[in-house]
Design a protein around this ligand. Structure first.
Ligand code: GLN
Length: 518
């Protein structure tokens, strides 16, 4: 079997090499030379996976699509790469992206732009994980990994017509994911089928001691217990002898814990209400119904909600008043964190060794020369923005205000969900709250690349208006491909994604809900 895999993988690598030159610039030249994995194929998908080029790999370079990291190879591989390898999945190639994750169309790359479609009619593949999305959308792989800080998995998934899942913050280890904005960065999954999303999520959803923000096994257990309370009225108590199995993802494998009657009582479980209602309450926030929404998207949203209602779910209006400020807060917070993270790329550490740099690099101030030369424009813009908002004179007016907005966004979500935030106050469930929120992933279908190029960077930030709120609150959210209208034939320029957002930690239920409502 091993030989079989070896042969197959080198064929795949060969294929990737060929595709890279002709197709979309989705895949970079960092392609596996040979099969590195020793595992057996156990997953439902092919044994190869493309990885966004901001996950550190030891045999392939990791560049974050930046000249500044040209030739950089890490000494330790990212936990995600390790988990995949342990499972027998080979990282076959690294994928193109917006430099350091900064962008919404995968055009800000040192390797050239990712294209969604041919030539001058190419549409945006979304960003920043556009390369991973295109690799899946174009059948180069059935699954791929991206990262999502403010929408970078959900937006490309919507634009390319596939599934894109951003789990709750802290579910999947960020160890070895080159940080953009640490408090927002998450590992995301692309696939053409929901089953593949769920299988891959199961492999990666593990505690990792190497990432201090990765949920501990204890917290994972608390989250599961809290989710069981979903259907309870406040104050309801458990019956006698209630034993429930709780599954929490542990370091090595899944653990099962029996819940004793006392424990069950403690969290207020009753036998009668344990079975969660199969029909869900779906919230539709007023604030997402913006004037700028493309008619195709609005139509798809209406159709999707009607289908959910026809399946027996209850669709109710809700309000998330801070939605309007969320985008502005994100674009203060993310660049602030980025400006600090990117300070380490100084021309001395990382990337091309100093000895190999052009001699004139040694003249004048090394840091500014090197950074001026090798960072792209958008990255420079973010560093300047972030440095400004963190400076003594501007801190109170920008960074602190944005942190306050972030709290309000979290509060908005907590006040509408049925489930209390399991890590904040799990005793305060809201029986009349909603289980999930359903909104479009983006206000428009994929724009033409030529159109995007005419826009200002501010216009491009606006694409993230529907994805950043869930990022600020760390919530799980998935973009599901939908057909926008029933009469006309479907073409890629009509790709629309619906975003389903759940309470923090409710990832498993979110995936189950999407599965139950195809
Ligand atoms: N488009 C957003 C940004 O540029 C989100 C990017 C991301 O999620 N990495 O910051």
């Amino acid at each position: 079997i091993r030989n079989g895999i070896k042969q197959r993988t080198s064929l795949v690598a060969e294929e990737y090499r060929r595709l890279r030159l002709t197709k979309h610039r989705a895949v970079l030249s960092h392609i596996a030379e040979q099969e590195t994995s020793t595992g057996r194929i156990r997953g439902p998908f092919q044994n190869v996976i493309p990885l966004k080029d901001n996950f550190v790999t030891t045999d392939l370079p990791t560049t974050c699509a930046s000249y500044i990291l040209q030739g950089f190879k890490g000494s330790d591989k990212s936990t995600v790469a390790q988990l995949l390898e342990d499972f027998g999945i080979t990282v076959v190639a690294k994928t193109n992206m917006d430099e350091f994750g900064m962008g919404s169309h995968s055009l800000n790359s040192a390797f050239g732009e990712v294209q969604n479609g041919p030539g001058t009619h190419a549409q945006s593949a979304g960003g920043s994980s556009g390369g991973s999305a295109m690799a899946v959308a174009d059948n180069m792989a059935s699954i791929a990994i991206g990262s999502d800080t403010g929408g970078s998995v959900r937006l490309p998934a919507a634009y390319t017509g596939i599934f894109g899942f951003k789990p709750s913050y802290g579910r999947i280890s960020r160890n070895g994911l080159v940080p953009y904005a640490n408090s927002l960065d998450t590992v995301g999954i692309f696939a053409r089928s929901l089953a593949d999303v769920a299988s891959l999520y199961k492999i990666l959803n593990k505690h990792d001691p190497a990432d201090p923000t990765c949920l501990t096994t204890d917290s994972r257990l608390r989250i599961e217990l809290a989710a069981l309370r979903r259907g309870l009225a406040p104050g309801e108590t458990a019956g006698d002898n209630l034993h429930i199995r709780v599954v929490a993802a542990g370091d090595t494998s899944e653990q099962e814990t029996d819940l004793t009657a006392t424990e069950a009582e403690h969290i207020g479980l009753s036998k009668a209400r344990y079975n969660q209602p199969r029909r869900m309450r779906i919230g539709v926030p007023d604030e997402y119904n913006i004037e700028e929404m493309h008619p195709l998207v609005r139509n798809a949203w209406t159709l999707y909600l009607s289908a959910l209602a026809a399946n027996g779910n209850q669709v109710v209006p809700i309000s998330l008043p801070t939605t309007k400020q969320a985008l502005a807060a994100y674009y203060v917070l993310a660049p602030a964190e980025a400006s600090s993270n990117l300070a380490k790329y100084d021309g001395v550490r990382y990337g091309i060794p100093r000895s190999q740099q052009a001699p004139d690099n040694h003249n004048g101030p090394l840091y500014s020369h090197h950074r001026g030369e090798f960072f792209g424009d958008e990255v420079k813009r973010r560093i300047l923005l972030g440095t400004f908002t963190l400076s003594a004179g501007a801190m109170d007016n920008y960074f602190i205000q944005a942190q306050k907005v972030r709290r309000l966004v979290q509060h908005d979500f907590n006040s509408v969900f049925r489930l209390a935030h399991p890590l904040m106050d799990a005793s305060q469930n809201n029986p009349s709250g909603v289980d999930f929120i359903v909104v479009p992933t983006s206000p428009t279908p994929p724009p033409l690349i030529s159109e995007v190029k005419r826009q200002s960077s501010l216009d491009s930030y606006v694409n993230d208006v529907f994805t950043v709120p869930a990022s600020l609150a760390g919530l799980p959210a998935i973009s599901v491909p939908v057909i926008p209208d029933d009469d006309m034939p479907h073409t890629p320029e009509k790709n629309v994604g619906m975003q389903i957002i759940g309470q923090y930690g409710d990832d498993r239920k979110l995936l189950q809900f999407v599965k139950a409502n195809p």
